[in-house]
Write a protein that binds this ligand. Sequence first.
Ligand SMILES: *[C@@H]1O[C@H](CO)[C@@H](O)[C@H](O)[C@H]1NC(C)=O
Ligand SMILES: *[C@@H]1O[C@H](CO)[C@@H](O)[C@H](O)[C@H]1NC(C)=O
Length: 403
Amino acid sequence: MALSRYLLPVVWVLLSAIFVAEAANADHIRKLGKTETRRNLLDNGLGRTPQMGWNNFNHFPCKFDEELIRQIADAMVSTGLKALGYEYINLDDCWAELDRDSKGNLVPNATMFPSGMNALTDYVHSKGLKLGIYGDAGTLTCAKTMPGSLGFEEQDANAFASWGIDYLKYDNCHNNGVSPQERYSKMSKALLNTGRPIFFSLCEWGQEDPATWAVGIGNSWRTTGDIHNNWASMISRADMNDKWASYAGPGGWNDPDMLEVGNGGMSMEEYRCHFSIWALAKAPLILGCDIRSMDNDTYSLVTNKEVIAVNQDKLGVQGKKVKNGDLEVWAGPLSGNRVAVVLINRGTSKATVTAQWSDIGLDSSAIVDARDLWEHSTSASVKNELSATLDSHACKMYVLTPH
Ligand SMILES: *[C@@H]1O[C@H](CO)[C@@H](O)[C@H](O)[C@H]1NC(C)=O
Ligand SMILES: *[C@@H]1O[C@H](CO)[C@@H](O)[C@H](O)[C@H]1NC(C)=O
């Protein structure tokens, strides 16, 4: 399309100007030693970079217990994932009994958690990790096996804090049509009032454009419905999430849902794209496979330090799709005037994907060193464009450092 060919560079130049201003602002703020940016952040000090961790839902939906969670915590440490920054171990739906106790408290399922929640948080904390839990901003959770927290926000937040919980994923089922702004800010305040820093992950499925209202309420907000373990679902989550890029930043992130890497429904190259785009888009890196028994491919994807470093870059600007179509380019600025780039072949046959400097916000005369984050190799003094021939559903990821 002729129009988009001319419009995209213009849009990118404008975006780059904003990124530069943001970066200058962030530097200025760091120099002043302030923790607040001009965005009105949730005041819990968390999520300065996207959260990293694990959640049972994609691999063990409704099927987990304290023994599994302890083994996952052990594996986080023994596999080296913890040392790479994976920190939260999050329980999803189904952890509680269907009925509250006589005082209205949530009761952990006694078969799944015979030792109780405090024992589990103690164990997870003893490994230097954090424990997350799941709730619902309605009357019943999505699996309908436990109560929601609508009308019980303070009581449930206090219970979570008393158990030593560090993270809450808060779902959106059976919500009686009450506005999400009202339901999610109630829990946000209740969590703050506990005095315990609890990461607040909104799972509103992007229904009422949470990016536009959740910045002061949560540390991340889902922009999409649930991911499924296939290419079409994964790549469509990436597209939907991309729309909200300008709202993300330190303290509050867009969430295109958790990772399926290692769950077997996509090829190695498709999972490489999944992990690359999530990293570039500053999405939460919440693993969803059985990390006790990762195969080598999975391990090599989720432990790539250079890709994780893009996700955790202190500039905190979400990378965006800058060239549409089957041969896509995604890019975003990093600290130190660097640029992260992902090239994707979304087509059905082998093809060459090219990023012109004008596509990715570089001056046409720029000379860069191009680090291939998956090959772990550097091409020195690259000019004009970056290009790669890729199989169908394959990706390349680079960090470009201008001379
Ligand atoms: C509690 O956990 C057991 C074992 O997983 C399960 O059979 C039971 O249905 C659960 N109770 C509820 C209310 O989900
Ligand atoms: C996985 O990697 C390890 C260490 O690099 C190697 O010894 C092992 O043979 C690999 N396993 C497979 C199935 O490729």
